[in-house]
Structure formats: structure tokens, C-alpha cells
Design a protein around this ligand. Structure first.
Ligand code: ADP
Ligand code: ADP
Length: 223
């Protein structure tokens, strides 16, 4: 069974009299353990596709099956559970809380999720170990380099042990050397069996993925 199955995915934004087909019939599957880069020009539908894959938005037509569950058939509670269990999110701007230290930033979503304290402690330690930041755990984001901040955000995404990481321009705010370090980390996580889906404008990053999905005007281009 594929981790991600999209069938004729359509998403339409209507503003006043205008309608934009942000996704215009996308059919694709992504397998467990794949590292897929989503590329395409600005306004082509990349973020819309990520929002759908991340269960942050719903399709107007077509279907999305994530880890065996038909997303459209789930109520809000079950959808939130599926998302928490399955997906870790990474963003361009890290989105760390400046007054919390590294450990606390990684721990926060686990608290919201109701994870017990001892289990949280282990999950945070494991997440920080995976990104190589154990020795920085007491630092606040402002005391870290950009690369270290993004590693913190990746540890936060990994802490609940989701099979899928969704990353929207994760190297966009980093210099190219640091971006390559972050790419190496994603490759290592892929080698450990995780599925990575990332949006990037950087051809050098996209070239390292197992597969590139190119979208234009809401449609998938053949490679
Ligand atoms: P990309 O991430 O590739 O830049 P987007 O998915 O953000 O593209 O946008 C795809 C299309 O949908 C664009 O034409 C954009 O203007 C439109 N769009 C995206 N979000 C909205 C929205 N909330 N309301 C109206 N139109 C939107
Ligand atoms: P990198 O290891 O990602 O190349 P830098 O060379 O930018 O990071 O930083 C080297 C060290 O300096 C890092 O370990 C980081 O903890 C520390 N550091 C970077 N920026 C700051 C800052 N604004 N305040 C305090 N310490 C910092």
C-alpha cells in the first residue's frame, strides 16, 4: 500500500467572479521511504498540494488516501489523530518559539498531544539525537545558527516519530552550505526509512531527491 495516493485531485479557489484551479486533476502515489521533491514555478500549485498532503485543506474533487485512510471520510478528531500520527511539518522560517529553549520547542507539540512526561522526555532526546543537537538543547533559538534552528525544527517534526516529513522550502532561509547540510540530514532520514516530501526552488536540492514531481498550472508534468 502506498503511503500517499492522490486520484484526480482538484482544488479550486474562488474569489469573487474568478476561479483558479490550483490543482487540476493530479493523480500520483508516493511510497513509504521515498524522498520526493515538488518543483515548479511560483503560483503553480505546490503549496496547495502540500496543504492537501498535510491534511490542512480538503479537495473539491478527487480523492486522497493517506496511510490507508480516505481523508475526506474522516471527522475532525480522527483527521487530527491521523495527521499527528503520520506527519511532521518543517517550514522555511523554522517557526520556533524564541523564549523556549531547543528541548522545550521540540517538546511543546507533544504536550499539546497529551503525551505523558516520561515518554516526552525520551521522544525529545531521540529527536535531538537524530539531528545532532543534543549538546545545544538548553540554548534558545536566538543563540543558534540558522542551520541549528532548522535542525531544531526538524527534531520537533520527528519527535512524534511520524513516517512522513513534509517540508516547505526548508533550505530557503539558509546559505547554500547550510542548505546542503540540511539536505544530507533529510537523505539520512530517508535512508532510515522515513518518507520525505519537500518543496524546493533549488535545482541542486531537487536533483538529490529520488524523484521530482514538476507542477505547472495545477497539473503534473511528465518527466
Ligand atoms: P505555489 O506554491 O506553487 O506558488 P500555490 O499553491 O500557492 O502555488 O497557488 C496556486 C494557485 O492558487 C495560484 O494561482 C494562487 O494565486 C492560487 N491560490 C492559492 N491560495 C489561494 C487562496 N487562499 N485564495 C485564492 N487563490 C489562491
Ligand atoms: P554552523 O555550525 O551552522 O556553521 P555558525 O558557524 O553560524 O553555525 O555558528 C557557530 C557556533 O556559534 C554555533 O555552534 C552556534 O551555537 C553559535 N552561534 C551562532 N550564532 C549565534 C548567536 N547569534 N548567538 C550565540 N551563539 C551563536
Amino acid at each position: 500500500m502506498s503511503l500517499i495516493q492522490l486520484e484526480n485531485a482538484c482544488k479550486i479557489y474562488s474569489t469573487g467572479t474568478q476561479a483558479v484551479e490550483a490543482l487540476d486533476g493530479i493523480t500520483m502515489t508516493i511510497e513509504q521511504g521515498e524522498f520526493v521533491a515538488i518543483v515548479g514555478p511560483s503560483g503553480s500549485g505546490k503549496s496547495t498540494l502540500m496543504n492537501i498532503i498535510g491534511c490542512l485543506d480538503v479537495l473539491d474533487r478527487g480523492s486522497y488516501v493517506l496511510d490507508g485512510s480516505d481523508v475526506a471520510s474522516l471527522g475532525a478528531n480522527k483527521l487530527a489523530k491521523l495527521r499527528n500520527r503520520t506527519i511532521g511539518f518543517v517550514f522555511q522560517q523554522f517557526n520556533l518559539l524564541p523564549k523556549l529553549n531547543v528541548s522545550q520547542n521540540v517538546e511543546l507539540p507533544l504536550i499539546y498531544r497529551g503525551m505523558a512526561k516520561e515518554e516526552r522526555r525520551q521522544a525529545v532526546a531521540h529527536g535531538l539525537e537524530q539531528v545532532g543537537l543534543t549538546d545545544r538543547r538548553k540554548h534558545r533559538p536566538g543563540e543558534l545558527s540558522g542551520g541549528q534552528q532548522q535542525r531544531t525544527a526538524i527534531a520537533r517534526a520527528l519527535a512524534g516519530n511520524p513516517p512522513l516529513l513534509l517540508a516547505d522550502e526548508p533550505t530557503g532561509a539558509l546559505d547554500s552550505r547550510t542548505g546542503k547540510d540540511i539536505l544530507r540530514l533529510f537523505l539520512q532520514l530517508r535512508d532510515e526509512g522515513r518518507t520525505i516530501v519537500l518543496i524546493t526552488h533549488d535545482p541542486a536540492i531537487a536533483a538529490q531527491a529520488d524523484r521530482q514531481l514538476r507542477i505547472e498550472d495545477g497539473r503534473l508534468l511528465p518527466l
